[in-house]
Design a protein around this ligand. Structure first.
Ligand SMILES: Nc1ncnc2c1ncn2[C@@H]1O[C@H](COP(=O)(O)OP(=O)(O)OP(=O)(O)O)[C@@H](O)[C@H]1O
Ligand SMILES: [Mg+2]
Length: 366
């Protein structure tokens, strides 16, 4: 997958710009607060469905303006496509190939990108919710059903939690009603469980090889999926979830919340048999996070038959020279948009250098 260009209007500090990308390495080069991350944020919106910085759309509109719009043109192995998004206080307009799409979820699964930013260095060290988020975003780009199943699961979970909370407060609740939600929850949990199991296996295969490379053969990475059940088929998983949910209703009412399900899952990242989140050194955690992110791209290639676009925001400055080299060598045959304040570590031969200053972009690529 190759992104050709990004057009942006009133997007943060960008007035009106069209930025052309080359098929290889694109280096967004500029000082702090000039607009490097803004480009990566705009592009990644089309892969993730929202800002990765957690910003609401209203905050993204350039100060003093009343709307923003962004559009990308990209090419997958079959055809050239475009996605655009317009936001103002009055309306949101989403278009794919010039045709309006009503639902935000219809925009997903077309443009695939892997984002790596300083916060991702926390994937290994951070809490379970960060690893679940990583998994959800990665899987949903390759599987549009996943995100729909996940949304259904969350709705059912919310309803089930309301009933359980009411029961805890002593408001009379028919246990059969809770059971209906348990059944529905088990249905969606089992689908998500199977997808996560499958994805983690693929991710482990690549991340293992990448970390061996980074560490000169010293670090043997393994991933284990930590969930409430163990099952080998969707039917078995559903049965297991149902058994657990049915068997723990009294305990859940005492706690006032659903205690089991895929919303509590985690991944244990181990190196040489040791769990990195508790015992890893800072360097080991960073290397493993880098390996997982590079592996995310490899899995996407295995599933879709082509690499996604890699977006690396400001990560080089956070890594030591050896890991910087690993990234720079590893991205040669892929398309990447990378931001940095300093070009010294780049061999600029063939690199499209985009100078960034005050929301303006000047490219060396012709
Ligand atoms: N809604 C907005 N309207 C106008 N300007 C905005 C808006 N939101 C953010 N900005 C400006 O955008 C700039 C930040 O851009 P960005 O985050 O892309 O910087 P950067 O080049 O990545 O810097 P750094 O190297 O520090 O990460 C800041 O100057 C900020 O004030
Ligand atoms: Mg930045």
């Amino acid at each position: 997958m190759i992104i050709k260009n990004l057009s942006a209007k009133n997007y943060r500090n960008i007035g009106s710009e069209k930025i052309e990308f080359s098929d290889g390495v694109n280096l967004l080069l500029g000082g702090n607060a000039q607009g490097k991350t803004n480009v990566i944020e705009a592009v990644y919106t089309f892969a993730r469905g929202k800002s990765f910085r957690g910003a609401i759309d209203k905050k993204i509109i350039k100060f003093g303006e009343s709307f923003f719009s962004i559009e990308i043109e990209f090419e997958d192995k079959r055809r050239r496509q475009s996605l655009s998004y317009y936001y103002s206080d009055k309306e949101r307009v989403r278009k794919r190939n010039g045709i309006k799409e009503e639902k935000a979820s219809d925009m997903l699964g077309h443009f695939r990108a892997v984002l790596f930013c300083p916060e991702h260095l926390m994937i290994v060290k951070g809490g379970p919710s960060e690893r679940r988020e990583f998994l959800n975003v990665a899987i949903s780009q390759n599987d549009s059903f996943y995100i729909r199943n996940y949304a259904c699961y969350n709705r059912i979970l919310e309803n089930r939690n309301t009933l359980i909370k009411n029961a805890q407060k002593g408001i009379s609740v028919n246990k059969k009603e809770i059971d209906v939600f348990s059944e529905q929850m088990a249905t969606f949990a089992s689908k998500i469980y199977m997808k996560r199991t499958e994805y983690i296996k693929k991710l482990e295969k690549y991340a293992h090889g990448i970390l061996l490379d980074i560490s000169d053969g010293k670090e043997d990475l393994s991933l284990s999926y930590e969930s409430d059940i163990y099952a080998q088929s969707e039917a078995e998983a559903k049965e297991e979830y149902l058994r657990i949910l049915r068997g723990s209703i009294d305990k859940e009412i005492a706690n006032g919340v659903t205690l089991f399900g895929i919303h509590r899952d985690d991944i244990d990242v181990r190196v040489n048999g040791i769990s990195l989140r508790s015992y890893g050194s800072q360097g080991q955690q960073r290397s493993a996070a880098l390996a997982l992110k590079m592996a995310e791209g490899e899995v996407s290639r295995e599933i879709n038959g082509e690499y996604p676009v890699f977006l690396f925001d400001d990560v080089l400055s956070e890594l030591d020279e050896k890991r910087q080299r690993y990234i720079i060598n590893g991205i040669k045959d892929k398309q990447i948009i990378i931001s940095a304040c300093d070009k010294s570590i780049f061999d600029l031969d063939g690199v499209n250098v985009i100078e960034v200053e005050g929301g303006k972009y000047v490219s060396s690529h012709r």
